[in-house]
Write a protein that binds this ligand. Structure first.
Ligand code: ZN
Length: 201
């Protein structure tokens, strides 16, 4: 059974948003066009409380993109983004949301970030997404969204480890750092994750 998992296609990650992913808006029509090819569509939203640990504004003397340590892991400090209930946290207005059967929200814990749709960055708590997808009968999982080198990447690595056959839809995703993504892509292919384009699904 084929499932599409759409990661964080939210206003703050668009070129006009507070944490812009270059050309992020261009994936919206691509994602809309492929939705009919799937048995199940699930989406995520980055969904932070205002006092979230990942915001540079919440750390005295720190600037955007500085790094700190949280639970022994490096955390990049971001501009305020995807604050719960704000317009910045809403899906892009042209994204077709009608066929989404479930929306999983992540990054809701003030004290830790969550790039992956499945676990927080410390792998301390699960979002329950694995159980949901398995109960629904998902075998093949196709991922797309923003950003390729961060939330889509960490989600697909976790999904692969959870036993799903994973496909990364390249033209339905955009990277924050395209050079970094090229390195990550090689490691994903080595692991056994398949790279596909929307036309080949
Ligand atoms: Zn975030």
């Amino acid at each position: 059974m084929k499932t599409l998992l759409i990661i964080d296609v939210q206003n703050d990650f668009m070129p006009s948003g507070s944490l812009p992913v270059p050309y992020g808006n261009e994936i919206v029509p691509v994602i809309n066009a492929i939705q009919d090819k799937f048995d199940l569509i699930v989406a995520t939203q980055d969904w932070h409380p205002r006092n979230h640990v990942s915001f540079a504004n919440n750390h005295e003397g720190k600037s955007n993109f500085d790094e700190i340590e949280i639970y022994g892991k490096t955390q990049t400090l971001w501009p305020d983004h995807c604050i719960q209930g704000t317009e910045g946290a809403a899906f892009h207005r042209d994204l077709n949301t009608e066929k989404m059967e479930a929306i999983f929200r992540k990054g809701t814990d003030t004290t830790i970030d969550s790039y992956s749709a499945f676990y927080d960055n410390g792998h301390l708590k699960s979002t329950g997404l694995t159980g949901y997808l398995k109960e629904k009968g998902t075998t093949q999982l196709f991922l797309c969204g923003l950003a390729s080198d961060i939330c889509v990447y960490f989600s697909i690595i976790d999904a692969f480890k959870e036993g799903f056959t994973c496909f990364f839809i390249e033209d339905a995703s955009k990277a924050l750092d395209t050079k970094e993504f090229e390195n990550l892509k090689k490691s994903m292919i080595t692991m056994g994750i398949k790279m596909v384009t929307s036309a080949s699904i």
